[in-house]
Design a protein around this ligand. Structure first.
Ligand SMILES: C[S@@+](CC[C@H](N)C(=O)[O-])C[C@H]1O[C@@H](n2cnc3c(N)ncnc32)[C@H](O)[C@@H]1O
Length: 207
């Protein structure tokens, strides 16, 4: 993990300890509640932590921002991003409550104060606004846009371009053509040279 983190620059000691604790915590929780496939748990840092952090390589969330993670499952990308950006608030949402039990357990064990969880279908959330929505491996772009648009504040200028940032695989061209969106698409392999991840693309749709 040390080598992976070096890519992103300097971390505080508490952040390094939080990242280091994830392996044992997820292995432990996963033996009780399955949130990560058995094959993937052995490569947690690569397949889940590093993959989630590709978002941090692409966008710098500013202190005080509020981010919603749609369909967080076991906490990805929300938990690694919350460690990375300790002054940003992360709201992690999933429609399966037992997964959120793992998320809350992990967040509490490593003392993450900037994470809240909510058990709901995201389309049920009303009267809340966020600066960005993030999501990995959850739904077609069409649905992600439908769900995130009412929840995300409009950006004021390019630097503060809010919107949806999602990690996706599959037939991207077909998914994009179903929408009116013109997302900024980045291949993960422009950021990291090795071909490891299923969700190979990072999409940013500006609001
Ligand atoms: C394939 S899992 C991905 C989990 C996590 N984002 C990750 O990358 O490891 C998809 C998750 O999205 C959740 N989900 C799907 N539709 C949802 C909705 N409408 N509202 C909230 N959660 C949803 C599912 O319960 C599931 O946990």
């Amino acid at each position: 993990m040390g080598l992976i983190l070096q890519y992103f620059g300097d971390f505080t000691e508490p952040q390094l300890q939080q990242f280091a604790a994830l392996d044992e915590l997820y292995t432990d929780w996963n033996s009780k509640i399955n949130v990560i496939s058995r094959k993937d748990i052995d490569s947690l840092y690569l397949n889940h932590v590093l993959h989630s952090l590709t978002i941090a390589a692409f966008v710098e969330f500013k202190p005080g921002m509020e981010i919603i993670d749609i369909g967080t499952g076991g906490g990805f990308p929300g938990i690694p991003l919350a460690i990375f950006f300790p002054e940003v608030q992360f709201h992690l949402v999933d429609s399966i409550n037992k997964k959120l039990k793992v998320v809350a357990g992990v967040a509490e064990a490593i003392g993450l104060k900037n994470v809240t969880t909510q058990h709901t279908r995201v389309e049920e959330i009303k009267n809340r606004k966020f600066d960005f929505a993030v999501s990995r491996a959850v739904a077609p772009l069409r649905s992600l846009l439908q769900w995130s648009n009412p929840l995300v504040r409009k950006g004021h200028d390019l630097e503060h371009a809010n919107g949806l940032i999602c990690l996706k695989g599959g037939d991207l061209a077909a998914e994009i053509s179903e929408t009116k969106a013109r997302p900024h698409v980045v291949s993960i392999y422009d950021i990291f040279p090795e071909e490891y991840f299923q969700e190979k693309f990072l999409l940013h749709v500006t609001r």
